[in-house]
Design a protein around this ligand. Sequence first.
Ligand SMILES: [Zn+2]
Length: 419
Amino acid sequence: MIARFVLSTLLGYYLLDSIAKLLNLRSLQTQVPGEFLDVYDANRYRKSQEYTRSNTWFELLVSTVELVALLVFWFLGGFEELDRIIRGLNLPPVPSGLLYLGILCAGREALMLPFAVSHTFVIEQRYGFNRTTVATFVADRLKEWSLSGLLLAGFAFIFLSLFEAFGPSAWLIGWICTAALSVLLVYLAPTIILPLFFKLSPVPDGPLRVQVTEFALRQRFPIRELLVIDGSRRSSKANAFFTGFGSNKRIALYDTLISSHTVPELLAVLAHEIGHYKKHHIIRHLLVGQLNMFLLFLGASFCISSPKLFATFGLSNRSYYVGIVLYLILIRPLSVLFGVVVNYWSRRDEFEADRFAAEALGDPNPLIQALKRLSRDSLSNLTPHPLLVSLHFTHPPVLARVRALKAGRRSQESEVTSQ
Ligand SMILES: [Zn+2]
């Protein structure tokens, strides 16, 4: 019964996701939307559509391989067999669990590695985005694996030790520990993790620095550091983000962003990031993340040692470490649903931050120009299908953002004239 439920939700999600991707291909338009005529020529636009097409077929291939691999592993009794081998080693439960989870994660990573390689060196290369050398790519992977291995092992260690000691009632303290650890990580990420991958340096003195500092002061937004990131070593794509809390706020701009935008456009991008802070989006996202974790732990306390769950996946021996893997597969459709809601909020926040930026600068045009240029430079799909948007997009389609910014200005103008 549960097996049929898990199977049908896995297949159901796969179908829904594939349909959304195919619909998205069908909704590609050959005409450049009017708002973008000044930044796209016909060739560049055609290239952006080809890029969407290549990426979509690639993603379909990856999701198919992932699903088939999971089903094959499940139906060949992989979960049971791996558990049997590890039990044969006679280790205590927590190290056994770390080994079990470690092997599964490593297996998944090994399966996905060829895809990561071909995405960077075939697709991104073909469209002129890739600037990663093989050496950087290998070094990045090694750093990523050690880092995520360490983090996963840390979280798994806390989780398993608590559950082994207190049984399912450990969920609350487990949640408190992981919440504390993840808040700590948000703090540490910019100062410890980011520099492992990128070189960060202060934005040099000049008009950009002066104007940003003035703007931040005007907005009562104290920035501790204004940094530039050497993103160009890996990709020509541009980005900007904001990290830290309280008086420890830092803003980081990719060098690729600085080199391809004017100072007013950069200011608009920063104003958008400041908008996320001013409108309390960042703290809210953090809280929603913690709520997600809370529900995950609460659900785990009910399911993780249930005999039915183990029977579903053909396992005779129960343990917390196997339970956690099965539980995560079981609740995947729920986490997809949760993701759809969170993405919706996130898109709404993006509109709000755009509005904030336009109002703070008294002019929506620099942000409109920056958004258009960013989407041209990254060959974004301007007309994604709504189903795909609601499933996966944390940001609204750029055309919708540009239109909202223009509409905001029109409504402001009509307010002024009616006053
Ligand atoms: Zn944003």
